[in-house]
Design a protein around this ligand. Structure first.
Ligand code: FES
Length: 118
């Protein structure tokens, strides 16, 4: 089921209570494996579940953390296999010259965590 709000298509995925802070969950959405993360009380991210390093479907089991870049806190996830660290907001890899992790915009709409533009 998808909802069109102000010309944006939103795909409801789950409620905030379904995501534990500091952990990831995998979801199958429109034929794609997505890794969802809750990194704060009201901070959510969605990225591909496939690690760009090997295409292994492991990112929801990654190690959630953060770092500071230019004075700003940035949420990160480290791949559980080879520990490449990706920004959750942009998908850029911080410790290797590898392809970025695809990211998906997340919004909270009517109490549901939704992917935007799917
Ligand atoms: S499989 Fe993810 S860093 Fe190698």
């Amino acid at each position: 089921m998808s909802i069109t709000v102000l010309e944006h298509t939103l795909v409801p995925v789950c409620g905030p209570e379904d995501l534990e802070i500091g952990w990831g969950e995998a979801a199958w959405i429109d034929g794609e494996q997505i890794a969802l993360f809750r990194t704060g009380v009201e901070e959510y991210f969605a990225v591909s579940h496939h690690c760009p390093g090997s295409e292994a479907k492991v990112m929801a089991r990654g190690i959630v953390g953060d770092t500071t870049i230019d004075g700003t806190r940035v949420a990160t996830v480290a791949c559980p296999l080879h520990k490449e660290v990706y920004r959750l907001d942009t998908g850029h890899c911080l410790n290797a010259d590898t392809a970025p992790l695809p990211v998906h915009p997340v919004v909270v709409h009517e109490g549901r965590i939704c992917l935007e533009g799917k």
